[in-house]
Design a protein around this ligand. Structure first.
Ligand SMILES: NC(=O)c1ccc[n+]([C@@H]2O[C@H](COP(=O)([O-])OP(=O)(O)OC[C@H]3O[C@@H](n4cnc5c(N)ncnc54)[C@H](OP(=O)(O)O)[C@@H]3O)[C@@H](O)[C@H]2O)c1
Length: 289
C-alpha cells in the first residue's frame, strides 16, 4: 500500500513511518514545512501528486497551555485542518486515519471511558480536537479516528520541546535526590510504537470508525514514575506532590483512562499493558535496569 504520513517527523509519526516501512509498504512522509494541513489547496496538491491509499494524520497543535492562549489557532489546526483532510479523503479516495485524544473527556466518570461516552472537553485543546474528530467522522467516508493518551516514544515530541514524561523522570532522577509527582491524575500512558503497530493492523481492514487506542490498564503519574524508577533502578526518593504544588494553569481531566472497547469488539486489540509498553520503551532507549 502507499501510505502518506502527516507530521511524519513527530513523536508518533516517526514510529508510524517505521512500522509501515518494515511491513513492506511505500511511505510518503510529510513534515510541516512541506504540508500545512490548514492550507487546503497546498494539501490537495501534495496529496493529489502522492496518490496514497491511506493517509495518517498525526499533525496537531497539542501543547495545552499554548492552545489555551491561542484558541482560534488551535481550532484552525486541530479542527479545520482535520476538516481539510476529510474533504481530501473523499476527493482523492483515500482512507483517513486521524489521531485524537483522551482530553475530549472531562474526567468525571471514574471508570475507563468507552467510545460511546459523551465527550465534554475542559479546555481549548480538547475542544479543538473534538471539533476535528467530528469533522472527520461526519465528512470522510472511510475514516479511522483514534483517541490516544499520554504518549511517549523514542523520537522527540516536537510540541513539548522533545521531552516526554519518561525522559523527564529519568533526567530528574539523575539531577535530584527527591522527585515529587502528583497522584491525583489518572490516565493510560502509551508507547507510540504500540499505537503504530495497531494502526498498521487496522489499515488492513475496513472496520472504519472511532477507536480508543491506549495501553491496557491505568495509573496515576506518581504510579507511572514509581514504575519508571523501579525498572531503571534509579536511586531517587519519590514523593507524592501536594495536589496544588504544580497547579496547572489550564483545566485538565483528573481521570482519562480509556478502554479499547471498539478494538475488542472487532477482536483486534493488540495493545499491551502500560507496564509492558514502558518496559519495551526503556529497553529500546537502553535504560532498562
Ligand atoms: N503527546 C501526547 O501525549 C498526546 C496525547 C494525546 C493525544 N496526542 C495526539 O497525538 C498526535 C501526535 O502527537 P505527537 O506527540 O507525535 O506530536 P509531535 O511530536 O508534536 O508531532 C506533531 C507533528 O505535527 C506537525 N504539525 C503541527 N502543526 C502542523 C500543521 N498545521 N500542518 C502540518 N503539520 C503540523 C509537527 O511539525 P512541527 O513540529 O514542525 O510544527 C509535528 O511533526 C497529535 O494529534 C496529538 O494531539 C498526543
Amino acid at each position: 500500500m502507499k501510505i502518506a504520513v502527516i507530521g511524519a517527523n513527530g513523536q508518533l509519526g516517526c514510529d508510524i513511518c517505521s512500522a509501515f516501512l518494515a511491513d513492506g509498504h511505500e511511505v510518503i512522509p510529510f513534515n510541516h514545512d512541506v504540508m500545512d494541513i490548514t492550507d487546503l489547496d497546498r494539501a490537495r496538491a501534495k496529496l493529489a501528486e502522492a496518490r496514497p491509499q491511506v493517509t495518517i494524520n498525526t499533525a496537531a497543535m497539542h501543547n495545552v497551555e499554548v492552545c489555551e492562549a491561542e484558541p482560534l489557532k488551535a481550532l484552525k489546526v486541530n479542527g479545520l485542518g482535520a476538516r481539510n483532510l476529510a474533504i481530501l479523503a473523499n476527493e482523492l479516495d483515500f482512507a483517513l486515519f486521524h489521531i485524537s485524544t483522551d482530553y475530549v473527556f472531562d474526567g468525571r466518570k471514574k471508570s475507563p471511558y468507552i467510545e460511546t461516552d459523551y465527550p465534554l472537553p475542559l479546555n481549548a485543546y480538547g475542544n479543538s480536537k473534538l471539533c476535528g474528530e467530528n469533522f472527520v467522522r461526519s465528512i470522510a467516508l472511510r475514516h479511522f479516528v483514534l483517541r490516544v493518551s499520554g504518549l511517549y516514544g523514542a523520537n522527540p515530541c516536537r510540541a513539548k520541546s522533545g521531552m516526554n514524561f519518561v525522559r523527564l523522570m529519568l533526567k530528574l532522577s539523575r539531577e535530584r535526590d527527591e522527585v515529587r509527582v502528583v497522584d491525583d491524575e489518572v490516565l493510560t500512558p502509551t508507547f507510540t510504537e504500540d499505537i503504530a503497530r495497531q494502526i498498521l493492523a487496522l489499515s488492513k481492514t475496513s472496520h472504519y470508525g472511532l477507536y480508543h487506542v491506549t495501553a491496557q490498564g491505568s495509573c496515576s503519574w506518581h504510579k507511572f514514575a514509581a514504575k519508571i524508577f523501579e525498572l531503571t533502578g534509579a536511586k531517587v526518593r519519590l514523593q507524592v506532590a501536594d495536589p496544588n504544588e504544580f497547579a496547572a494553569k489550564v483545566a485538565r481531566p483528573k481521570y482519562s483512562a480509556l478502554e479499547n472497547r471498539n478494538l475488542q469488539e472487532i477482536q483486534l486489540d493488540l495493545m499491551p499493558s502500560w507496564e509492558t509498553g514502558l518496559q519495551n520503551y526503556l529497553r529500546k532507549i537502553g535504560a532498562l535496569y
